[in-house]
Design a protein around this ligand. Structure first.
Ligand SMILES: CC(C)[C@H](C(=O)O)[C@@H](O)C(=O)O
Ligand code: SF4
Length: 469
């Protein structure tokens, strides 16, 4: 039907090659990102089957996960990652895939560099063997994480088989309070609708608050789509997006740019379009968010008392809350404010872009990290690191007592040199807080970069608004 399609419908329809069975389709993949952690088995599969990569020019590889973030690091510094890095190098060479290697000035977390380089474009499909690929949806593309066997399929055919998802729209309206950032909005949403609400849906984020966000903030929102079960989250491209994309290394140029712009402007959801589900989030009532449990749904404003599991009727939820509180060493009714932290981590594909680092620096400037806290900033990419350094932000952090590290996934996932330590408590800008996520027996509290910076200074979870002028 004319004039009643959603953004997602438009992208979907322009990528269908054919219907395979009822509701299941073969689709074209425009861009494919690859990293060292989930690609080795896919390349191995190709080798065994004697297949080639169909469109190596549409695939980009980068090293980010199993990598040291120490100054002067190479792909060999972290012993556990050497083999993965080496294999990626060999596979990229054999398949003529562009590799952004450890010492490349474009290196960084896969979901941070893809937008930064203009590999992500509105209206396209982008996949990667990584669940947080949805991050790239912030630029109006359909981006989602795939499994390793699908990585092999995409390499071999440049297509993917997908069941058509349902459509959900989430409307963020109201006025943002001081000390409230994109991270607080997405945490609040997950607290409101729960970690399973997105299953089977492609989600579009909309509303006046979303329109007012920068591209980096939109990526933070889309990044956590997977944390409530949606595999993709999209935000329609607008002038903010076009300005961001203009003149990036891989974005279209000249006449192609003009043609692309005209097409991109046709993509936003039509006014008459209908969604399978709509959710409204009232931003006016949101304060700085901090998680108190082991899912991102276990979240509240920093000054709220931790909810009492005994007051919850759903028995499974009650048991999960009990288990969360035990794991984190917390009690119902307790306030998170004043809770001592051992580690403060600013990084990950959720919150490691320049604006995140700037927001944290605003809190840190002229202050010192509490003496018992290990505090780190791990920029999402070499470009982010460089940009921050040219603003003198590295000095702000170093003088305060933070570590200023090289780009990578780092302590978000702890499959490298950076981990929290058993029984230790970390306040983190990353996206996952399940048991052991940041290392064996680590305890994680998710929050925004400004809130994490404030906690590093205070030595404890605190209300960031006290540190803002
Ligand atoms: C290593 C990779 C498979 C994983 C993912 O897919 O999300 C990682 O990036 C993560 O965040 O846990
Ligand atoms: S930063 Fe964390 S969430 Fe993002 S890709 Fe790396 S491990 Fe996954």
């Amino acid at each position: 039907m004319a004039n009643s399609e959603t953004l997602f419908d438009k992208i979907w329809l322009s990528h269908v090659i054919r219907e395979i069975e009822d509701g299941v389709f073969l689709l074209h993949v425009d861009r494919h990102m690859v990293h060292e952690c989930t690609s080795a088995a896919a390349f191995e599969g190709l080798k065994r089957a004697g297949r080639k990569t169909r469109n190596p020019e549409l695939t980009y590889a980068v090293v980010d996960h199993i990598l040291s973030t120490a100054k002067g690091r190479t792909g060999e510094t972290f012993a556990g990652g050497r083999e993965f890095v080496q294999l990626l190098r060999e596979n990229c060479q054999a398949h003529k895939i562009e590799l952004i290697d450890v010492d490349d000035p474009r290196q960084g977390i896969v979901h941070v560099i893809a937008p930064e380089l203009g590999i992500v474009l509105p209206g396209t499909t982008l996949v990667c063997g990584d669940s947080h690929t949805a991050t790239c949806g912030g630029l109006g593309c359909w981006a989602w994480g795939i499994g390793t066997s699908e990585v092999e399929h995409v390499l071999a055919t440049q297509t993917i088989v997908q069941r058509r998802p349902k459509r959900m729209r989430i409307n963020f309206e109201g006025k943002l309070n001081r000390g409230v950032y994109a991270k607080d909005l997405i945490l609040r949403l997950i607290g409101q609708i729960g970690v399973a609400a997105g299953r089977g849906y492609a989600v579009e984020y909309a509303g006046s608050v979303i329109r007012s966000l920068s591209i980096e903030e939109r990526q933070t929102i889309c990044n956590m789509s997977i944390e409530f079960g949606a595999r993709a989250g999209l935000i329609a491209a607008d002038d903010v997006t076009f300005e961001y994309l203009h003149d990036l290394p891989y974005s279209p140029k000249g006449e192609m740019w003009e043609q692309s712009l005209a097409y991109w402007r046709s993509l936003p959801t039509d006014p008459e379009a209908v969604f399978d589900r709509e959710v409204d989030v009232d931003c006016t009532s949101i304060g700085p968010q901090v998680t108190w449990g082991t899912t991102p749904e276990d979240v509240g404003s920093v000054s709220d008392p931790i909810p009492d599991p005994a007051a919850v009727n759903d028995l499974a939820r009650r048991a999960a809350m009990d288990r969360s509180l035990t794991y984190l060493g917390l009690e119902a009714g307790q306030s998170l404010e004043g809770l001592t932290v051992d580690v403060a981590f600013i990084g990950s594909c959720t919150n490691s872009r320049l604006s995140d680092i700037e927001a944290a620096a605003e809190v840190v400037r002229g202050r010192k990290v509490a003496s018992h806290v290990r505090a780190l900033v791990v920029p999402g990419s070499a470009q982010v690191k460089h940009a921050a350094e040219s603003l003198g932000l590295d000095k702000v952090f170093l003088e305060a007592g933070f570590e200023w590290r090289e780009a990578g996934c780092s302590m978000c996932v702890a499959i490298n040199d950076d981990f929290v330590g058993p029984g230790k408590r970390c306040i983190s800008t990353s996206n996952r807080n399940f048991e052991g996520r940041q290392g064996q027996k680590s305890r994680t509290h998710l929050a925004s970069p400004a809130s994490v910076a404030a906690a590093a200074i205070a030595g404890a979870v605190t209300d960031v608004r006290r540190y803002l002028t």
